[in-house]
Design a binder for this molecule. Structure first.
Ligand code: RI2
Length: 318
């Protein structure tokens, strides 16, 4: 491998994240950690400068794939920030240790968060979901493992229909599932005890950035007094928002919304496809993390404790 060469497996991971073959904020972070682990293990760099440059190039490539889920830069920052030593071997070892630590924490956090979220669920409850969130499902799985009987109303989640993944996973557990189109959520909130969603990023004011459609679901749920719970590991907390930065919302290809033929038939129209929206904290009842449950307004305290104002991107500028 020559200077700053990105390992083919890292490139493949980056492509899979960009195309959403690998998706979901936690899963993306886990894949990025594995990719940096591979880059470090396979590196043939002979100088410490070359090794660092390779790691930075790999991190940069992974970072540029999707802009919204903060778990990705949080993962890269965690690992790249722990690369230390005076020899290539020492640098390699520290990278591998950091990547392994990060992956272990990710798994443990999801399990711990599930145990907290499950405490909110009671026998006979119906949960409404949006999109597919492994953090949200962890709460349902933990409750299910305790013998709590639940049923689920699963929103399809246009345009990519990720609700189907949620429906399949819940079915696998034996939980009765009713699939609905997104527009039917209001109608079925009357039969819902909890709205349970994940998050891609959480801002310092407690605003939740999640799959498009979350905001309208939360607003309608609030109007019906149905609690809305966000399941999000602390790796979803965005430290950049502490210093006034806003979360970039990803816009995806228009072809996810309408085919070229359909569009040609309609005529000259604009199509917009934002992948995420922002739910203000006033519509969220609780954010469930591996550190416990927080009202959205107090999440800033946890964010400061865990991240400080840390927003460095050491992989940039090379
Ligand atoms: P977990 C997903 O985004 C959804 O918005 C989901 O709620 C969120 O990531 C969190 O997922 P996308 O990658 O980390 O499907 O809880 O666009 O799995």
């Amino acid at each position: 491998m020559t200077t700053a060469e990105i390992h083919p497996d890292v490139e493949a991971t980056a492509e899979a994240i960009a195309s959403m073959e690998i998706r979901g904020a936690a899963t993306i972070a886990g894949a990025a950690a594995d990719a940096l682990h591979t880059q470090a293990t396979q590196s043939t760099a002979t100088t410490t400068d070359d090794f660092r440059q390779e790691m930075h190039a790999a991190a940069k490539r992974l970072h540029e794939t999707r802009p919204t889920a903060v778990s990705l830069p949080n993962c890269l920052r965690y690992i790249v920030g722990r690369i230390e030593g005076d020899t290539v071997d020492a640098l390699r070892r520290s990278t591998i240790t950091a990547a392994t630590e990060f992956s272990t924490q990710l798994e443990t956090a999801q399990e711990d968060l599930g145990a907290v979220g499950a405490n909110r669920l009671r026998d006979g409850d119906t949960v409404m979901t949006h999109c597919h969130s492994t953090d949200a499902l962890s709460c349902i799985k933990a409750a299910h493992a305790r013998g709590i009987e639940l049923s689920a109303i699963v929103k399809e989640t246009r345009p990519r229909k990720q609700g189907h993944i949620t429906a399949a996973e819940l079915r696998e557990l034996g939980i009765p599932v009713t699939l609905i189109v997104d527009g039917a959520a209001g109608r079925y909130l009357d039969e819902t005890d909890h709205v349970l969603v994940g998050a891609d990023s959480i801002a310092a004011d407690g605003a939740v950035i999640n799959k498009i459609g979350t905001r309208s679901l939360a607003v309608t749920a609030r109007e019906r007094d149905t609690p809305i719970v966000v399941a999000a590991q602390t790796v979803k907390l965005d430290p950049a928002t502490l210093s006034g930065h806003t979360v970039e919302i990803e816009y995806r290809d228009e072809s996810e919304v309408i085919s070229e033929d359909e569009r040609a038939e309609i005529g000259d129209i604009a199509v917009r496809n934002p992948a995420f929206d922002v739910t203000p904290p006033r519509y969220v009842d609780a954010i469930v993390t591996e550190r416990g449950q927080f009202p959205p307004e107090s999440i800033v305290t946890l964010m400061r404790e865990l991240f400080g104002e840390q927003t460095a991107t050491p992989w940039e500028g090379e």
